[in-house]
Design a protein around this ligand. Structure first.
Ligand code: FAD
Length: 571
């Protein structure tokens, strides 16, 4: 056990409070002082949108630990409204401004831990700092937004940014009967998943009356009257709003570290080693402010999430107290609720794999979240990204009404354990009809990916399906009733059950691209065709994925809760 004397911690929420609590549990003798610029420590930032939306009714529920509880239980000297202004590394002191008393003082340290988090970005446009234009990070931000929503019952809001905070705020405001325009610079919301996986979210938002303005940015905000704002858009249009919420991303708060000469990485975060130590061995840093190693890519990156911040706090405390603990990497496992849907991801998405030039293959499955015959089954979409040579899992994304968290969590653990898609076939998950299927969606995705690697099922992707099919034959193996609701232009309909009898209709000099609704009947058709000497590939994810990729709105691409499970294609 190291001789720990005086530990100062900057930032009293996720990473900072975790460090303090763990350190006390390990070192009864250390003197621990926790500085927090705001009024609260250890509050649930992740719960802020849900209090605005009135899902979490009591504000106090967001206060995980008060300064008093923290000091009583852990004997931590908690100093709120205390802004740490400077670090003097040579003399090992920090300069602190007591915001309540308006005085400045120095505090010496043996070890310093920085957990200052990340600050919301305000885009450099006219009016971004106007009254009634908010960002959401602290309880104070939340209180200000909630006060307007509670007291003024605003009619309209503009939310800028379709990441998880923008989406959660959109939902919260709609829950409070505010008409929301959601403005997003990219052609998709939830940029951490691939566009086709975000597509159902667009439909879900529209179904809840949200005006979704994609490929759009805001160019300026003007106050028009005491309580109204004009929000100018890159499209040339204007939207009137009672409030604007800016949720365009966060940037690590590194000024303190930068001024102290600590190493800042290319991505803009504090550089730390596996022990969460900066390039000064007496200074540790954790949470949103630090660069982490991407689990799949191995590159330095910024992944601001609560789980990593809490774990890093624990690891810093371990090392300060003389243990040898290492933080290895961040996977980016995350989930977001958008009305009736949940979207979740782990590992790298396809956009990032392409950017990194990594070899990958992908499959899509659309199974029911539990046995289809048990009431309440809903369909989910699961995308699995893997190395086509060694089967290593590179990432997964899922969207649906239920069961999405379980599948992505299982795959996240499999990735940590270094498992392959072939090994996903063997994972034994709990099953009874109300909870899952004998072949769980995770097994099912493993079967499909393993078939691809084994060469049992050649696949093609929606992007490969051109109209006209350019020397290929496109075959829709669904029933005529299904085809009536929409199909891929240029496709010939040969229902699966007629395939063996109609092989004579098919040209032997063309490649067959076969598709069904979600991929299972297409696979069976492909097996028939391949064994009959035809060259054939199955469209992974079927017509449902095709619709999501091409933005086709219709029955097949409707939100999951509107889709009846396809009796022919249960997992
Ligand atoms: P923070 O928790 O932000 O704490 C940093 C603290 O340091 C701040 O309170 C700040 O005031 C203080 N500080 C900064 N500089 C100084 C200084 N110089 N002196 C004194 N004090 C200072 N993550 C998820 O994984 N899931 C979610 O669902 C989720 N939802 C979120 C919803 C919202 C609205 C927000 C804002 C964040 C959400 N997050 C979520 C992100 C998660 O909250 C952060 O990743 C996590 O809190 C980071 O912890 P941290 O300790 O690095 O920073």
């Amino acid at each position: 056990m190291a001789d720990v004397k005086r530990v100062l911690i900057v930032g009293g929420v996720a990473g900072g409070a975790s460090t303090a609590a763990r350190l006390r549990r390990l070192c009864e003798d250390a003197e621990i002082i926790l500085f927090e610029r705001g009024e609260h420590i250890s509050f649930a930032n992740c719960g802020l949108p849900y209090h605005i939306g009135n899902t979490i009714k009591e504000r106090d529920r967001l206060l995980v630990q008060t300064p008093r509880q923290m000091s009583q239980r852990f004997r931590v000297d908690v100093r709120v409204r205390s802004d740490v202004l400077r670090i003097d590394r040579q003399n090992k002191t920090v300069a602190v401004r007591d915001l309540a008393a308006g005085r400045e003082y120095a505090e010496p340290y043996d070890v310093l831990v920085l957990s200052p988090g990340a600050e919301p970005i305000r885009p450099p446009i006219p009016g971004a700092a106007a009254k009634r234009v908010f960002t959401l990070r602290s309880l104070t931000d939340m209180d200000a937004i909630k006060k307007i929503v509670d007291e003024e019952t605003p009619a309209r809001a503009v939310v800028v940014g379709g990441g998880y905070i923008g989406l959660e705020m959109t939902e919260a405001l709609v829950e409070r009967s505010v008409q929301v325009s959601l403005v997003e610079l990219l052609p998709q919301v939830m940029g951490t998943v691939d566009p086709e996986m975000a597509f159902p979210l667009h439909q879900e938002l529209s179904a809840h009356g949200v005006e979704l303005l994609l490929d759009t940015s805001i160019t300026g905000i003007q106050e028009s009257g005491a309580r109204m704002l004009d929000v100018h858009l890159s499209s040339g249009q204007t939207r009137q709003a009672d409030i604007v919420v800016l949720a365009v991303g966060v940037r690590p708060e590194v000024q303190l570290a930068r001024d102290a000469g600590l190493k800042i990485g290319d991505r803009g975060g504090i550089v730390v080693n596996g022990h969460m130590q900066t390039d000064d061995p007496s200074v540790y840093a954790v949470g949103d402010a630090v660069e982490v190693v991407d689990f799949v890519g191995g590159n330095p990156t910024l992944i601001p999430l609560a789980g990593p911040a809490n774990r890093q706090g624990r690891i810093a405390a371990d090392n300060i107290s003389g243990r040898d603990s290492a933080y290895h990497s961040t996977q980016g496992t995350a989930i977001c609720k958008v009305f009736n849907l949940a979207v979740a991801t782990t590992g790298l998405n396809e956009k990032n794999l392409k950017r990194l030039g990594r070899r990958y293959e992908k499959v899509y499955v659309h199974p029911a979240h539990h046995a289809g015959y048990y009431p309440g089954a809903s369909q989910m979409s699961l995308k699995l990204l893997f190395d086509p040579q060694d089967g290593k899992i590179l990432g997964a994304q899922a969207i649906g009404e239920s069961g999405v968290d379980k599948r992505i969590d299982v795959i996240a653990v499999a990735m940590r354990a270094g498992m392959t898609v072939q090994q996903l076939q063997d994972v034994e998950l709990c099953y009874a009809p109300p909870f899952g299927s004998a072949k769980d969606p995770v097994n099912y995705a493993g079967f499909v990916a393993s078939n691809v690697i084994a060469g049992d099922a050649a696949i093609c992707h929606s992007e490969d399906v051109t109209t006209p099919p350019n020397g290929r034959m496109l075959i829709d193996v669904r029933t005529p009733a299904e085809v009536k609701d929409g199909t891929i232009p240029g496709a010939v309909n040969i229902p699966l059950d007629e395939m063996r009898d109609r092989l004579c209709e098919l040209p032997r000099d063309k490649e067959m691209l076969v598709f069904c609704q979600v991929g299972l009947r297409g696979y069976i058709a492909c097996r028939i065709l391949t064994q009959s000497g035809f060259k054939c590939r199955n469209l992974t994810g079927g017509y449902k994925t095709y619709c999501a990729v091409h933005g086709v709105r219709g029955k097949a691409a409707a939100p999951a809760h509107e889709i009846k499970s396809d009796a022919g294609e249960k997992a």
